[in-house]
Unconditional design. Structure first.
Length: 309
Protein backbone atom coordinates (compact mmCIF):
# COMPACT_ATOMS: atom_id res chain seq x y z
CA UNK A 1 0.00 0.00 0.00
CA UNK A 2 1.12 3.60 -0.52
CA UNK A 3 3.79 2.73 -3.05
CA UNK A 4 5.18 6.04 -4.22
CA UNK A 5 4.08 7.46 -7.57
CA UNK A 6 1.69 4.64 -8.47
CA UNK A 7 -2.03 5.16 -8.66
CA UNK A 8 -3.85 2.03 -7.44
CA UNK A 9 -7.33 0.77 -8.13
CA UNK A 10 -8.97 1.37 -11.49
CA UNK A 11 -6.21 3.46 -13.03
CA UNK A 12 -3.14 1.33 -12.37
CA UNK A 13 -0.94 3.95 -14.05
CA UNK A 14 2.14 5.89 -13.09
CA UNK A 15 1.41 9.53 -12.32
CA UNK A 16 3.70 11.86 -14.23
CA UNK A 17 5.53 14.69 -12.40
CA UNK A 18 4.27 18.16 -13.24
CA UNK A 19 6.04 19.19 -16.42
CA UNK A 20 8.42 22.14 -16.19
CA UNK A 21 7.58 23.00 -12.57
CA UNK A 22 10.49 24.22 -10.46
CA UNK A 23 10.80 23.45 -6.73
CA UNK A 24 10.19 27.12 -6.04
CA UNK A 25 6.95 27.12 -8.06
CA UNK A 26 5.72 24.01 -6.29
CA UNK A 27 6.55 25.48 -2.88
CA UNK A 28 4.66 28.65 -3.81
CA UNK A 29 1.67 26.59 -4.94
CA UNK A 30 1.56 24.73 -1.65
CA UNK A 31 1.69 28.01 0.28
CA UNK A 32 -1.24 29.24 -1.79
CA UNK A 33 -3.45 26.23 -1.02
CA UNK A 34 -2.48 26.42 2.65
CA UNK A 35 -3.52 30.09 2.77
CA UNK A 36 -6.79 29.28 1.00
CA UNK A 37 -7.57 26.49 3.46
CA UNK A 38 -6.90 28.73 6.44
CA UNK A 39 -9.00 31.54 4.96
CA UNK A 40 -11.93 29.13 4.54
CA UNK A 41 -12.09 28.83 8.36
CA UNK A 42 -12.98 25.17 7.98
CA UNK A 43 -13.20 22.82 10.93
CA UNK A 44 -10.78 20.69 8.94
CA UNK A 45 -7.99 23.28 9.04
CA UNK A 46 -7.47 22.65 12.74
CA UNK A 47 -7.08 18.95 12.01
CA UNK A 48 -4.74 19.42 9.06
CA UNK A 49 -2.18 21.40 11.08
CA UNK A 50 -1.42 18.25 13.11
CA UNK A 51 0.15 16.54 10.10
CA UNK A 52 3.84 16.52 9.17
CA UNK A 53 4.59 19.37 6.71
CA UNK A 54 4.76 17.32 3.49
CA UNK A 55 1.52 15.45 4.18
CA UNK A 56 -0.14 18.62 5.43
CA UNK A 57 0.66 20.42 2.17
CA UNK A 58 -0.81 17.59 0.13
CA UNK A 59 -3.97 17.55 2.22
CA UNK A 60 -4.31 21.29 1.67
CA UNK A 61 -4.12 20.65 -2.07
CA UNK A 62 -6.82 17.99 -1.90
CA UNK A 63 -9.02 20.22 0.23
CA UNK A 64 -8.64 23.07 -2.27
CA UNK A 65 -9.83 20.79 -5.07
CA UNK A 66 -12.89 19.66 -3.11
CA UNK A 67 -13.63 23.21 -2.03
CA UNK A 68 -13.51 24.40 -5.63
CA UNK A 69 -16.06 21.75 -6.62
CA UNK A 70 -18.31 22.71 -3.69
CA UNK A 71 -18.13 26.40 -4.57
CA UNK A 72 -19.16 25.73 -8.15
CA UNK A 73 -22.33 24.09 -6.85
CA UNK A 74 -23.07 26.34 -3.88
CA UNK A 75 -22.11 29.93 -4.60
CA UNK A 76 -24.42 30.44 -7.59
CA UNK A 77 -21.74 32.17 -9.65
CA UNK A 78 -21.99 29.69 -12.51
CA UNK A 79 -25.78 29.47 -12.69
CA UNK A 80 -26.91 27.06 -15.39
CA UNK A 81 -23.29 26.52 -16.39
CA UNK A 82 -22.33 24.81 -13.11
CA UNK A 83 -22.49 21.35 -14.68
CA UNK A 84 -20.09 22.43 -17.43
CA UNK A 85 -17.79 23.94 -14.80
CA UNK A 86 -17.67 20.60 -12.97
CA UNK A 87 -16.92 18.87 -16.27
CA UNK A 88 -14.00 21.24 -16.78
CA UNK A 89 -12.59 20.06 -13.45
CA UNK A 90 -12.66 16.50 -14.77
CA UNK A 91 -10.54 17.56 -17.73
CA UNK A 92 -8.09 19.48 -15.54
CA UNK A 93 -7.89 16.56 -13.12
CA UNK A 94 -6.94 14.23 -15.97
CA UNK A 95 -4.32 16.77 -17.00
CA UNK A 96 -2.93 16.84 -13.46
CA UNK A 97 -2.55 13.06 -13.51
CA UNK A 98 -0.73 13.41 -16.82
CA UNK A 99 1.71 15.97 -15.41
CA UNK A 100 0.08 19.12 -16.78
CA UNK A 101 -1.03 21.90 -14.46
CA UNK A 102 -2.02 25.55 -14.81
CA UNK A 103 -2.42 27.60 -11.64
CA UNK A 104 -1.35 27.15 -8.03
CA UNK A 105 -4.09 24.76 -6.96
CA UNK A 106 -3.55 22.44 -9.91
CA UNK A 107 0.22 22.59 -9.55
CA UNK A 108 -0.04 21.63 -5.86
CA UNK A 109 -2.56 18.90 -6.61
CA UNK A 110 -0.49 17.57 -9.50
CA UNK A 111 2.57 17.31 -7.28
CA UNK A 112 0.48 15.59 -4.59
CA UNK A 113 -0.83 13.04 -7.08
CA UNK A 114 2.76 12.30 -8.08
CA UNK A 115 3.79 11.77 -4.45
CA UNK A 116 0.89 9.63 -3.23
CA UNK A 117 -1.10 6.77 -4.82
CA UNK A 118 -4.50 8.47 -4.92
CA UNK A 119 -6.94 6.69 -7.21
CA UNK A 120 -8.39 9.16 -9.69
CA UNK A 121 -11.79 7.53 -9.15
CA UNK A 122 -11.96 8.97 -5.62
CA UNK A 123 -11.65 12.56 -6.86
CA UNK A 124 -14.05 11.92 -9.73
CA UNK A 125 -16.54 10.58 -7.18
CA UNK A 126 -16.39 13.90 -5.36
CA UNK A 127 -17.35 15.65 -8.60
CA UNK A 128 -20.18 13.15 -9.19
CA UNK A 129 -21.53 13.88 -5.71
CA UNK A 130 -21.42 17.63 -6.33
CA UNK A 131 -23.24 17.09 -9.62
CA UNK A 132 -26.09 15.42 -7.72
CA UNK A 133 -26.62 18.66 -5.79
CA UNK A 134 -27.36 20.57 -8.98
CA UNK A 135 -30.59 18.62 -9.42
CA UNK A 136 -31.86 19.61 -5.98
CA UNK A 137 -31.10 17.04 -3.34
CA UNK A 138 -33.98 14.71 -2.52
CA UNK A 139 -33.53 11.20 -1.18
CA UNK A 140 -36.30 8.67 -0.78
CA UNK A 141 -34.43 6.26 1.48
CA UNK A 142 -31.39 6.16 3.70
CA UNK A 143 -29.69 3.81 1.25
CA UNK A 144 -30.05 6.53 -1.39
CA UNK A 145 -28.50 9.05 0.99
CA UNK A 146 -25.59 6.75 1.82
CA UNK A 147 -24.69 6.59 -1.87
CA UNK A 148 -24.43 10.39 -1.88
CA UNK A 149 -22.41 10.45 1.36
CA UNK A 150 -19.95 7.96 -0.07
CA UNK A 151 -19.41 10.17 -3.11
CA UNK A 152 -18.93 13.53 -1.42
CA UNK A 153 -17.36 12.44 1.88
CA UNK A 154 -16.12 8.85 1.92
CA UNK A 155 -14.34 9.33 -1.39
CA UNK A 156 -12.45 12.25 0.16
CA UNK A 157 -11.49 10.06 3.10
CA UNK A 158 -10.28 7.29 0.80
CA UNK A 159 -8.03 9.81 -0.95
CA UNK A 160 -6.78 11.15 2.38
CA UNK A 161 -5.72 7.81 3.81
CA UNK A 162 -3.36 7.36 0.87
CA UNK A 163 -1.61 10.51 2.07
CA UNK A 164 -1.82 9.48 5.73
CA UNK A 165 -0.34 6.04 5.03
CA UNK A 166 -1.74 2.61 5.95
CA UNK A 167 -1.13 -1.08 5.25
CA UNK A 168 -4.22 -2.86 6.61
CA UNK A 169 -7.02 -3.04 4.01
CA UNK A 170 -9.63 -2.66 6.76
CA UNK A 171 -8.71 1.03 6.69
CA UNK A 172 -10.81 1.38 3.52
CA UNK A 173 -14.04 0.31 5.25
CA UNK A 174 -13.40 2.40 8.34
CA UNK A 175 -12.52 5.48 6.28
CA UNK A 176 -15.73 4.98 4.32
CA UNK A 177 -17.81 4.80 7.51
CA UNK A 178 -16.04 7.82 8.97
CA UNK A 179 -16.87 9.83 5.86
CA UNK A 180 -20.54 8.82 6.12
CA UNK A 181 -20.59 9.84 9.79
CA UNK A 182 -19.14 13.29 9.11
CA UNK A 183 -21.49 13.94 6.21
CA UNK A 184 -24.54 12.82 8.21
CA UNK A 185 -23.52 15.23 10.97
CA UNK A 186 -23.18 18.06 8.45
CA UNK A 187 -26.65 17.24 7.13
CA UNK A 188 -28.21 17.34 10.59
CA UNK A 189 -26.48 20.61 11.42
CA UNK A 190 -27.36 22.33 8.14
CA UNK A 191 -31.02 21.41 7.60
CA UNK A 192 -32.22 25.04 7.44
CA UNK A 193 -29.34 26.23 5.27
CA UNK A 194 -29.84 23.36 2.84
CA UNK A 195 -33.57 24.09 2.60
CA UNK A 196 -32.74 27.64 1.55
CA UNK A 197 -30.80 26.12 -1.36
CA UNK A 198 -33.72 23.85 -2.27
CA UNK A 199 -32.15 20.71 -0.86
CA UNK A 200 -33.51 18.13 1.58
CA UNK A 201 -30.93 15.53 2.48
CA UNK A 202 -33.15 13.75 5.02
CA UNK A 203 -34.66 10.45 3.81
CA UNK A 204 -38.28 11.05 2.76
CA UNK A 205 -39.50 7.67 4.00
CA UNK A 206 -38.06 8.30 7.47
CA UNK A 207 -39.55 11.79 7.66
CA UNK A 208 -42.92 10.25 6.88
CA UNK A 209 -42.41 7.43 9.37
CA UNK A 210 -41.76 9.91 12.18
CA UNK A 211 -44.54 12.28 11.12
CA UNK A 212 -42.31 15.17 10.06
CA UNK A 213 -43.12 17.20 6.95
CA UNK A 214 -40.89 19.42 4.84
CA UNK A 215 -43.24 22.28 5.78
CA UNK A 216 -42.37 21.60 9.43
CA UNK A 217 -38.72 22.03 8.52
CA UNK A 218 -39.29 25.18 6.50
CA UNK A 219 -41.36 26.76 9.25
CA UNK A 220 -38.87 25.64 11.90
CA UNK A 221 -41.48 23.72 13.87
CA UNK A 222 -39.62 21.66 16.45
CA UNK A 223 -42.34 19.16 17.25
CA UNK A 224 -42.03 16.08 19.49
CA UNK A 225 -42.03 14.06 16.28
CA UNK A 226 -39.12 16.08 14.94
CA UNK A 227 -37.13 15.56 18.13
CA UNK A 228 -37.68 11.80 17.97
CA UNK A 229 -36.62 11.84 14.33
CA UNK A 230 -33.46 13.77 15.18
CA UNK A 231 -32.62 11.51 18.10
CA UNK A 232 -32.69 8.54 15.73
CA UNK A 233 -30.52 10.34 13.18
CA UNK A 234 -27.93 11.38 15.79
CA UNK A 235 -27.73 7.84 17.15
CA UNK A 236 -27.14 6.51 13.65
CA UNK A 237 -24.40 9.06 12.98
CA UNK A 238 -22.72 7.98 16.21
CA UNK A 239 -22.79 4.34 15.09
CA UNK A 240 -20.93 5.24 11.91
CA UNK A 241 -18.46 7.26 13.99
CA UNK A 242 -17.90 4.27 16.26
CA UNK A 243 -16.91 2.24 13.21
CA UNK A 244 -14.85 5.05 11.72
CA UNK A 245 -12.62 5.52 14.76
CA UNK A 246 -11.27 2.02 14.20
CA UNK A 247 -9.32 3.62 11.37
CA UNK A 248 -6.93 5.49 13.65
CA UNK A 249 -4.62 2.67 14.81
CA UNK A 250 -4.29 1.44 11.22
CA UNK A 251 -2.78 4.73 10.04
CA UNK A 252 0.81 5.86 10.06
CA UNK A 253 1.43 7.08 13.61
CA UNK A 254 2.33 10.63 12.53
CA UNK A 255 -1.00 11.00 10.73
CA UNK A 256 -3.45 9.79 13.38
CA UNK A 257 -4.05 13.14 15.10
CA UNK A 258 -5.62 14.57 11.95
CA UNK A 259 -8.65 12.27 11.69
CA UNK A 260 -8.83 12.13 15.49
CA UNK A 261 -9.23 15.90 15.59
CA UNK A 262 -11.85 15.86 12.82
CA UNK A 263 -13.77 13.17 14.63
CA UNK A 264 -13.62 15.02 17.96
CA UNK A 265 -15.05 18.14 16.32
CA UNK A 266 -17.96 16.20 14.87
CA UNK A 267 -18.57 14.29 18.10
CA UNK A 268 -18.83 17.67 19.80
CA UNK A 269 -21.32 18.88 17.18
CA UNK A 270 -23.51 15.85 17.87
CA UNK A 271 -23.21 16.54 21.60
CA UNK A 272 -24.37 20.10 21.01
CA UNK A 273 -27.35 18.95 18.98
CA UNK A 274 -28.39 16.74 21.90
CA UNK A 275 -27.83 19.51 24.45
CA UNK A 276 -30.06 21.81 22.37
CA UNK A 277 -32.79 19.16 22.59
CA UNK A 278 -32.37 18.51 18.85
CA UNK A 279 -33.50 22.00 17.81
CA UNK A 280 -31.19 22.48 14.84
CA UNK A 281 -33.86 24.49 13.01
CA UNK A 282 -33.54 27.51 15.29
CA UNK A 283 -30.07 26.92 16.75
CA UNK A 284 -27.18 26.17 14.43
CA UNK A 285 -24.43 24.36 16.29
CA UNK A 286 -20.76 25.08 15.85
CA UNK A 287 -17.44 25.28 17.66
CA UNK A 288 -15.63 28.45 18.62
CA UNK A 289 -11.94 28.84 17.81
CA UNK A 290 -11.20 28.31 21.51
CA UNK A 291 -13.08 25.01 21.51
CA UNK A 292 -11.23 23.87 18.40
CA UNK A 293 -7.84 24.77 19.85
CA UNK A 294 -8.76 23.03 23.10
CA UNK A 295 -9.65 19.82 21.27
CA UNK A 296 -6.45 20.08 19.26
CA UNK A 297 -4.37 20.53 22.41
CA UNK A 298 -5.98 17.56 24.16
CA UNK A 299 -5.38 15.26 21.20
CA UNK A 300 -1.80 16.50 20.81
CA UNK A 301 -1.05 15.88 24.49
CA UNK A 302 -2.68 12.44 24.43
CA UNK A 303 -0.49 11.53 21.49
CA UNK A 304 2.51 12.30 23.69
CA UNK A 305 1.44 10.15 26.59
CA UNK A 306 -0.59 12.56 28.71
CA UNK A 307 -3.83 11.23 30.15
CA UNK A 308 -6.91 13.14 31.26
CA UNK A 309 -9.51 12.16 33.83
Amino acid sequence: MNAMNTTPGTTGTTVIPVAGATPEQIAHAYRAVADATKAASSNFYYAFVTLPPAKRNSVYAGYAFCRLADDIVDNGEYGDDAGEALDSLRVKLADAYDGRADGDMWLALGDTLHRYPIDQRHLLDVLDGCLMDLDGAKYETFDDLVKYCKLVASATGLALIEVFGYEDERAVKYATDLGIALQLTNILRDITEDLENGRVYLPADELAEYGVSVDDLRNKRVTPEFRRFMRFQVERARKYLASGVRLFPLLDRQSRSCPQTMTSVYQTLLDQIEKNDYDVLNNRVGLSKFQKFRLLAIIWLRGRGFRFL
